[in-house]
Write a protein that binds this ligand. Structure first.
Ligand SMILES: C[S@@+](CC[C@H](N)C(=O)[O-])C[C@H]1O[C@@H](n2cnc3c(N)ncnc32)[C@H](O)[C@@H]1O
Length: 203
């Protein structure tokens, strides 16, 4: 994942939102899990590997006002930004999460379908180090990946697949699994992809 920004740029430059398998009109599972954390409207939230996801639109609608949206692809960020008011309280970050040095800390880290592209242990470790530095004590992490019986690849890239136990083991003892949720995502063309979402609390 670390070496493929052009691949992702290419995806977003050549496809409409609804031509990508991961498109969701409304990211309801993510919104439900965010609600479960009890995050107040002033919570600092980062969506990592957000692409052009509509999560930021929904969070703004709900009144959240400290949102950071990070992705490798500037095109994806531009697509999301174009939907929103120019003065929306969002920080847009075009960066590789593995090398990101956030200027502040976050109450909530959200990632749907980015972490699973890290198939090398060293990349996963680098990601988790960034996440751990970024999260406040008792902060929450929501990580959605393909489930063990989900697809083995996406956009031509292999993925690592997780259930609650595997993800919990990967995050380590510093993170308590609060909720493990299976979800069947329906792609815009009607096929089903099995996801797993883990909600963790930093201990
Ligand atoms: C399958 S898409 C999911 C997009 C979004 N989270 C959603 O649910 O609609 C994966 C996203 O992860 C981003 N990504 C992949 N590797 C990344 C990295 N190392 N740093 C930041 N973003 C990355 C890609 O650019 C892409 O937008």
């Amino acid at each position: 994942m670390a070496e493929t920004p052009n691949r992702w740029e290419g995806v977003y430059q050549s496809k409409e939102e609804a031509e990508t398998s991961w498109f969701e009109d409304r990211p309801q599972v993510s919104l439900d899990l965010i609600a479960e954390t009890g995050a107040g409207k002033d919570a600092a939230i980062v969506d990592v590997g957000a692409g052009s996801s509509r999560l930021v639109d929904c969070l703004l609608e709900q009144g959240f006002r400290r949102i950071t949206v990070l992705d490798l692809s500037e095109t994806a960020l531009r697509m999301a930004r174009a939907r929103l008011s120019p003065d929306a309280p969002v920080e847009w970050v075009a960066a590789n999460v593995l090398h990101w040095q956030p200027s502040g800390r976050f109450d909530l880290w959200h990632d749907r379908a980015a972490f699973h592209f890290l198939t090398e242990a060293s990349d996963q470790d680098a990601y988790l180090r960034v996440m751990d530095r970024a999260l406040v004590p008792s902060g929450h992490a929501i990580i959605g990946t393909f489930a063990p019986d989900g697809p083995a690849s996406c956009s031509g890239l292999p993925v690592a697949r997780y259930d609650g136990a595997l993800l919990s083991e990967r995050l380590g003892s510093g993170y308590q699994l609060v909720r493990s949720l299976s979800h069947e995502h329906r792609t815009p063309w009607g096929s089903v992809q099995r996801f797993h979402f883990g909600l963790f609390r930093k201990v």
